[in-house]
Design a protein around this ligand. Structure first.
Ligand SMILES: [Cu+2]
Length: 218
C-alpha cells in the first residue's frame, strides 16, 4: 500500500521518470495444472544498463524446527545472508555448491558469521547434524527476481520498461532453466503477464511435523 502511494505521488511529481516503472505478473503450474510454489522467477534485462541501480541488501535464512526457513530464498548477487538459528539445539550449516562453498561452525542463536554470496547460481544448504535439512539459496545475476507463493503466483515490480529474458528455477524442476526462457516486453502503462508449466520430479523433501520429536537424531 505504502509503496503504491509513494508511486502515485512520485508519478505526479516526476512525470515520466517513474512512469517508466513496469511490473510483471507470473503464474507457474506443473504439467498436471497444479500450482507451483517456491519457483524462482528471474528477469534479465536485455539492456544491462537497466540493472545498474540496484544494491544488494542483507538477508536471512532461518532454521526452525530443524528445517531451513524459507525452503527457497532468492537473493541478488553480492548479498549478505545471516543464518540465525531459532531452534534451541545447535546446527552446522554448510554448502558444497560451486556458487558458494562454506561451512559455519556448530552454533546456536544468532552468532554465526554472515556469508556473502558473490557468484550467481544455486547454493544447496545442508546441516551436518540433521541430514534431512535442505534449503536453497538462488543467487540471482539480475536484481529483478522473486519467487512464487502457495498459489503459484508472483509479481516483480519497479522494473524499467524494456525487453527482458525471463526464466524459472525450482528445486524439483526436471529440465534446465534455459528451457523456460521467454522474451518479455514490459511497457510502463500495462503490467505484463506470463504463465509457465514446468515439469517437477517427485519431491525429495521429507515433511516434518512442527515441534515433533526426532529420537534418532540429536
Ligand atoms: Cu541442524
Amino acid at each position: 500500500m505504502a509503496k503504491q502511494f509513494i508511486g502515485t505521488v512520485g508519478l505526479m511529481l516526476l512525470g515520466t521518470a517513474l512512469a517508466q516503472s513496469a511490473e510483471m505478473r507470473v503464474l507457474v503450474k506443473d504439467y498436471k495444472g497444479k500450482l507451483v510454489a517456491d519457483a524462482v522467477v528471474l528477469a534479465v534485462p536485455v539492456d544491462p544498463r537497466s540493472a545498474l541501480h540496484a544494491h544488494p541488501p542483507t538477508d536471512a535464512m532461518d532454521q526452525v524446527d530443524k528445517q531451513f526457513v524459507p525452503y527457497v530464498k532468492p537473493i541478488y548477487v553480492g548479498s549478505t545472508v545471516r543464518f540465525p538459528n531459532s531452534d534451541n539445539i545447535r546446527h552446522q550449516v554448510y554448502s558444497f555448491s560451486p556458487a558458494k562453498k562454506f561451512e559455519l561452525p556448530l552454533y546456536a542463536g544468532t552468532g554465526a558469521p554472515p556469508v556473502v554470496f558473490d557468484k550467481p547460481g544455486v547454493v544447496v544448504l545442508g546441516c551436518n547434524i540433521h541430514d534431512w535439512m535442505i534449503g536453497y539459496i538462488y543467487v540471482s545475476e539480475t536484481p529483478f527476481f522473486t519467487k512464487t507463493g502457495p498459489l503459484g503466483t508472483a509479481v516483480i515490480t519497479d522494473m524499467p520498461a524494456g525487453e527482458y529474458i525471463v526464466r524459472l528455477w525450482h528445486p524439483s524442476m526436471d529440465h534446465t532453466e534455459e528451457t523456460t526462457n521467454r522474451r518479455v516486453t514490459l511497457s510502463a502503462d500495462s503490467p505484463a503477464s506470463a504463465e509457465w508449466q514446468i515439469g517437477l520430479k517427485p519431491s525429495i523433501r521429507v515433511p516434518r511435523v512442527s515441534g515433533a520429536a526426532s529420537p534418532s537424531y540429536p
